[in-house]
Design a protein around this ligand. Structure first.
Ligand code: ADP
Length: 470
């Protein structure tokens, strides 16, 4: 996610901490009778990464800003982002003597997206990545290059999402009454007058509705990872997808509100999915497809049902067709010794057992059936066309339930270079801006990790600045 590989418990703790600190720092608006209509310069919908950057930028540009966040805490999916950002031509690259230029960045992004991304937007993303990185450094974050993937800038220590929100909270405090955050406040509909977006209808925790009028509105509501019905609507392979990697607020509200006022959409069938997700973690597919070593997938009847070496996105529908739309990853101690095997055991909370029978018992599977499945796999019997058969022979053995889940919404509404939301003909919808995961056009059919946390900053700043122009 984003390499959203943080354990769920840590996520909840972080989110709660953020919520607590936010609730003490931010003056809450009195939602009593008199507030049936509130007026501001810029209304930002969503208090994740893109919303915070848009709001801060608009306030720094002299606007009075209201950010509405429907959850009781800020953060969205951004706060569970455990690693960092992608950036090109930084001082870190220069010092390390490892070039990763803006052109390299554009090329990598376009190739990963199978050339579907809007290259104009990708260029803006890459060209502004160093500024985004330096902005983060100026707020006290401290980064190094990732050893394996040097385009990836990761915190020297600590958790990226938490550091980011600490920095945002400090900025918000500095901006004083220029920026107001309303938690537990959900935008339900955009208000359009004479073709201009002039605010939104919102509802507080009790469901009491009021109107926030604004010169401009920034949609920063994130993706729809927690709206499986939307994911399945646009890609039949993903019907029945699980949502265990997404935070609760990612239900596609902003996407729907923008489409309702004429926003264009793009790349709608492309949703980043992880076939082997466990709560808060996605197990790397190498644990079931590494040549000569690979483990297996079984269903609730303890039988194999697919060629485990299919591409990850092809595995998703195979698993979703099984009972309860889940499967079990099973591997042995040889796989456990690999990097991804070790990580899966630790972060995916895999269950260990001395024998296959014992593992079956602990997983709630039929012992005799699992034994039979593993034995025939070890004999090289395969009806699914798997060519790189390994073995599952050396105990201890490991297993865990996995559920294909949304990781990132690559699809979304269309924007132009000014972060203005555009209609199907590419014309800007006056008064309406967007940034972050709600936007389509930066990823196409694939996303490199860290570009999304970068795009929150780059397009959040563009949206915030342009939205604050009167
Ligand atoms: P991004 O990376 O694009 O900022 P996030 O998932 O981090 O995306 O943040 C999106 C935020 O928007 C979440 O905190 C989510 O709860 C919030 N949100 C989603 N829909 C609404 C809505 N209708 N009204 C207010 N906030 C919303």
């Amino acid at each position: 996610m984003k390499k959203r590989s943080l354990l769920l418990i840590a996520v909840m703790v972080v989110s709660l901490l953020a919520a607590c600190s936010q609730q003490t720092q931010q003056p809450q608006v009195d939602n009593s009778e008199k507030n049936t209509e509130v007026t501001t310069d810029v209304l930002v919908i969503g208090g994740g990464g893109a919303g915070m950057v848009s709001g801060i930028t608009a306030a720094e540009n002299g606007s009075k800003v209201i950010i509405v966040e429907k959850m009781p805490m800020l953060g969205g999916n951004t706060i569970i982002s455990a690693t960092g950002i992608t950036a090109s031509d930084t001082d870190l690259h220069e010092k390390a003597g490892i070039p990763f230029t803006v052109e390299d960045h554009i090329k990598k992004t376009m190739e990963t997206g199978k050339n579907l991304p809007d290259e104009k937007l990708v260029r803006i993303l890459a060209e502004n990545s160093n500024d985004a990185y330096e902005w983060l450094v100026s707020m006290g974050l401290s980064y190094k290059l990732d050893e394996k993937e040097p385009w990836w800038i990761i915190p020297v220590e600590g958790h990226y999402g938490r550091q980011l929100f600490n920095a945002f909270n400090t900025k918000v405090e500095e901006l004083g009454d220029k920026i107001e955050i309303k938690l537990d406040t959900k935008a339900t509909e955009l208000i359009v007058e004479e073709g201009n977006v002039v605010g939104a209808k919102v509802a507080d925790k009790e469901g009491k509705e009021f109107v926030i009028k604004a010169n401009s509105v920034v949609i920063a509501t994130g993706g729809f990872g927690n709206a499986p019905e939307l994911i399945g609507e646009y890609n039949k392979n993903y019907v029945g997808a699980h949502n265990i990697m997404s935070t609760a607020g990612s239900t596609g509200d902003g996407f729907k509100m923008a489409v309702a006022v004429g926003a264009g959409t793009r790349d709608m069938e492309h949703h980043q999915m992880r076939p082997l997700a466990t709560p808060g973690y996605w197990i790397r597919e190498t644990v079931i497809n590494e040549e000569g070593l690979g483990g297996i997938l079984v269903n609730t009847s303890a039988v194999r049902f697919t060629n485990e070496t299919l591409k990850p996105l092809e595995l998703v529908p195979q698993i979703l067709k099984q009972t309860d739309r889940i499967a079990y990853v099973v591997f042995d101690s040889e796989m456990a010794a690999t990097k991804n095997g070790t990580s899966a055991i630790k972060n995916g909370n895999m269950i260990e057992a001395a024998t296959i029978e014992e593992l079956a018992g602990k997983l709630g599977l039929d012992s005799a059936k699992l034994m039979e499945t593993v034995n025939s796999y070890n004999e090289g019997i395969d009806e699914f066309g798997r060519s790189t058969m390994g073995k599952v022979t050396v105990g201890p053995f490991y297993g865990v339930k996995v559920a294909p889940s949304s990781h990132y919404t690559m699809a979304g509404i269309t924007i132009n270079e000014n972060a203005q939301v555009t209609n199907e003909s590419g014309e800007a919808i006056p008064g309406l801006y967007a940034a972050g995961e709600v936007v389509g056009g930066l990823y196409g059919a694939g996303r490199i990790a860290g570009n999304n946390t970068l795009d929150d900053i780059v397009f959040g700043k563009i949206a915030g600045k342009n939205a604050s122009v009167k």
